[in-house]
Design a protein around this ligand. Structure first.
Ligand code: ZN
Length: 307
């Protein structure tokens, strides 16, 4: 005879299982911890499956990565992997900190193109990409070479995914998409975690932060970026996922709509403004609460409007 308490326990268990079919059986629940960086409002995310941890992006400064590492340690589970979404320093600088503090954790990117972007951007930042806002590359990330043997070994320290899936040690997985055209970065990877209906947009997503359009980001790339957002909106809008952007607070699909409309305004203003100051005034008037006007927006306008 089945005891009453056991019976009610069974009912409870079946209710939970029914609530999350068909995905929960295959994927244990994942939890996402948000780490908001103090520099450039860049996010890192810690995904836990209850057994191991995976970190998505590792900050722009060694000391910011250290804070992220402290948070990882405080969670009391082994960190087994670090996933870098794209080749910009605000997402990969902390790699040397994580390599030293978590030597068993693998560092991964979606594909060869992104690994190449990471190394090339590191070299660019080391050899002239620095500005008053974008500080030079941290020394431990200088590429390893005959004359700098203690440098970072990009080819051997960064592994590639074997397919478009990021698997978590101990169970669970997220789909990885990395077939985007050149947008905010030459190559970008995003994640969709079906079991928790979470879409990690990396730097295709900014939430109340002026999107970075400096350096090599041409107007054509801004247009392509907007187009990808429209496509993502169409693809994921119905699911109403939680959106985890590269910069700014997590939120809903509404942030994608707002960013699409931001680009429409930006493109119009840049095409018609008298000069950079005029464009800066028009854009900050439309988006007074957006962060990084003196950094991201300033260098985007330097890039798109001649003196
Ligand atoms: Zn970024």
């Amino acid at each position: 005879m089945i005891s009453r308490s056991f019976k009610s326990l069974m009912v409870a268990a079946l209710t939970v299982a029914a609530a999350c079919l068909p995905v929960c059986a295959a994927y244990p629940d994942l939890t996402v911890t948000v780490h908001k960086g103090g520099f450039a409002t860049v996010n890192s995310y810690i995904i836990s499956n209850g057994k191991t941890l995976t970190v998505i992006d590792v900050q722009r400064k060694g000391y910011e990565a250290q804070k992220l590492a402290d948070l990882v340690r405080s969670m009391g589970l082994p960190l087994t992997q670090v996933f870098i979404t794209h080749g910009h320093t605000d997402h990969f600088t902390g790699m040397h900190v994580f390599r030293d503090l978590f030597p068993k954790a693998r560092i991964l990117v979606a594909d060869e193109a992104i690994r190449r972007d990471v190394k090339e951007y590191a070299i660019y930042m080391d050899q002239g990409g620095a500005t008053e806002a974008e500080t030079p590359l941290e020394r431990p990330l200088r590429p390893k070479s005959a004359s700098f043997p203690e440098g970072f070994d990009y080819e051997n320290s960064i592994g590639l995914l074997k397919g478009p899936v990021l698997n978590f040690d101990g169970g669970g997985a997220c789909d990885v998409m990395s077939t985007y055209p050149a947008t905010e970065a030459p190559h970008m990877s995003t994640l969709y975690c079906k079991s928790i209906n979470a879409l990690f947009l990396a730097d295709l997503g900014y939430n109340k932060v002026h999107p970075w359009m400096g350096d090599d980001i041409t107007i054509e790339r801004v247009v392509a970026w907007k187009k990808e957002l429209v496509r993502l909106r169409r693809e994921y809008g119905q699911l109403n996922p939680t959106i985890y952007p590269g910069h700014g607070d997590p939120g809903t699909i509404a942030m994608v709509d707002e960013l699409i409309s931001y680009f429409d305004n930006y493109l119009r203003i840049v095409a018609n403004a008298e000069n950079r100051t005029d464009a800066m005034m028009q854009i900050t008037r439309l988006y007074p609460d957006y962060k990084e006007a003196d950094f991201f927006l300033k260098y985007s306008l330097i890039n798109h409007i001649g003196e």
